[in-house]
Design a protein around this ligand. Structure first.
Ligand code: URA
Length: 510
């Protein structure tokens, strides 16, 4: 058994491993030991972390130092792939006393033609991948979680100090990273296994200068105070997700991070009720004057549906073919309001085209009116129905649906501005009045509504439902009488306007 003593770094191991291969020493014939005064870092930097064992087709540099004998001998040509070279280099930072023996075993197998050793399907290959992965993770963590603090004296060197406990020997790698990014500012990163010092121009790594934990963390600087205030202010206890938080910032890092020290307290506050108050206390403490706002005005502005077809103010749209809007001249003097589209209106998209519409046509003609001069609409614009065999049976709309749809009726009233409105049936009367009312109470006399007069009568389908012709004729007669009254009223209003010199019919507002 040969003992090979190396410094605890990749460059030293690499040189020794190439020497052992040149002597054809199998792994089981070597005992790898780390030198007492081993320098884990200098060798890594000297190696530049870019040195490979010898990329495929290219021999490793000749003349490596033999740390066992101190002599210089030519190194053999050991060809490794780029991938394996990178894996070996990363795995070399894995903190494990057996790492050098293991890496030599991998190199030996590869050198002797066993390429499976570089595959994750191989037991050694899998171990190598795991080690390299773990080291890369530690490198990432160190970049993410090192926090520098500025020294309080203006001319202090180093100006910034950080304490960090890396999971593997990744300090040299991270130190190079920070040296590239922190310009000429001097800094020191202390770890339990050594320190890295950047004087603004050169990087010094010293594993013997291991500092005690917390050396650098006692004196928060002004930037840190600002950072902590910011961190605390962005924390929303109502949205705390402890699992996600711990995944993003593992608990083992908390003690090394200034903000990590805030987290347990913030979590406990969130658990004990702050969730409910969320940021109310901090928002409430802000200076400013109170502005009284009506609850309705405080609601976010919601876009109104731009077209009847897009209306979702109630659920009737779900089972209807389409919305059926009003139909007729935009400056009609008389507006007729029915209840809701029926089966045929739902299919055609026009009001009063089915049986009730045909009966209404008879009443209109009897009243001396023409359908073409009237504006016909409904209180509810979607067909409400229930299935009965193959038929869709009309279902009376509920109060909620009438109220939801009043938005559209009011829009039509504003747009057409009829002189006289005729409500057909109880639902239409309810929609016009904006309240439940007994149709019987309104049947006989015209009544005032905002900006006009109104006449209430039966719905033509009420006539259709009558059991005999006489009753049907009677109801039909009452509807046409109501329409006649509406015609007379409209004529009177028009005459009055003409006398007063006003235009016969107010033009609809554009
Ligand atoms: N009944 C109504 O109330 N309106 C129509 O459009 C059709 C039938």
């Amino acid at each position: 058994m040969r003992a090979i003593i190396v410094d605890n770094n990749f460059a030293a191991w690499r040189a020794a491993a190439l020497g052992a291969i040149s002597e054809c020493l199998p792994p089981e014939a070597i005992e790898w030991r780390v030198a007492e005064s081993s320098d884990a870092f200098q060798g890594q930097l000297a190696c530049g972390f870019g040195v490979e064992m010898g990329v495929t087709g290219k021999a490793a540099t000749a003349g490596e130092a033999d740390t066992t004998t101190g002599t210089v001998r030519p190194t053999p040509a050991v060809h490794v792939s780029k991938e394996l070279a990178a894996l070996l280099k990363d795995a070399a930072s894995f903190r494990d006393p057996q790492r050098w023996a293991f890496l030599y075993k991998v190199l030996w197998r590869w050198h002797n033609g066993d390429r499976s050793v570089a595959s994750p399907a191989d037991a050694d290959g899998a171990r190598l991948y795991r080690m390299a992965k773990s080291v890369r993770r530690a490198q990432h963590d160190m970049i993410a979680y090192v926090r520098f603090r500025q020294q309080s004296q203006a001319d202090a060197v180093p100006e910034y100090i950080a304490w960090y406990e890396p999971a593997h020997d990744v300090l040299p790698w991270a130190a190079e990273h920070f040296a590239e990014r922190m310009g000429r500012s001097s800094w020191l990163i202390a770890t339990p296994h050594g320190a890295a010092f950047w004087d603004g121009q050169h990087l010094h790594l010293d594993e013997r200068r291991a500092l005690p934990a917390d050396h650098a963390c006692d004196t928060p600087d002004a930037a840190e105070a600002l950072w902590l205030a910011y961190y605390r202010s962005t924390f929303n206890p109502a949205r705390l997700n402890e699992t996600a938080l711990e995944q993003h910032m593992p608990v083992r890092f908390w003690k090394g991070l200034p903000e990590g020290r805030l987290i347990p307290d913030m979590i406990s506050q969130a658990r004990s009720g702050a969730r409910r108050l969320a940021q109310a206390s901090s928002v409430g403490a802000l200076n400013g004057k109170l502005v009284a706002v009506e609850a309705e005005a405080a609601q976010p502005a919601r876009e109104l549906p731009t077209s009847l077809d897009a209306c979702r103010r109630c659920d009737l749209w779900r089972n209807a073919t389409q919305a059926v809007g009003g139909f007729g001249p935009q400056n009609a003097r008389i507006m007729l309001i029915g209840e809701q589209p029926g089966d045929q209106e739902d299919l055609s998209g026009e009001p009063f085209v089915g049986p009730a519409g045909q009966l209404l046509d008879v009443a209109i003609t009897r009243a001396g009116l023409k359908r073409a001069e009237l504006y016909l609409t409904n209180a509810v614009k979607h067909f409400k129905w229930e299935p009965r065999g193959k038929r869709r049976l009309h279902k009376t709309p509920g109060q909620r649906e009438v109220e939801a749809c009043s938005y559209w009726l009011e829009e039509e009233l504003r747009r057409v501005r009829p002189d006289v409105i005729v409500t057909l049936g109880a639902t239409a009367l309810h929609a016009l009045l904006g309240k439940q009312a007994s149709l019987r109470d309104y049947l006989d006399e015209p009544f005032d509504v905002v900006d006009g007069r109104a006449v209430a009568t039966y719905h033509p389908s009420f006539a259709l439902r009558q059991q005999n012709d006489a009753s049907r004729d009677q109801i039909l007669g009452e509807i046409s009488a109501a329409l006649e009254r509406a015609r007379e009223l409209a004529r009177a209003i028009a005459a009055k306007s003409t006398e007063a010199g006003a235009p016969a019919k107010r033009r609809p507002q554009k």
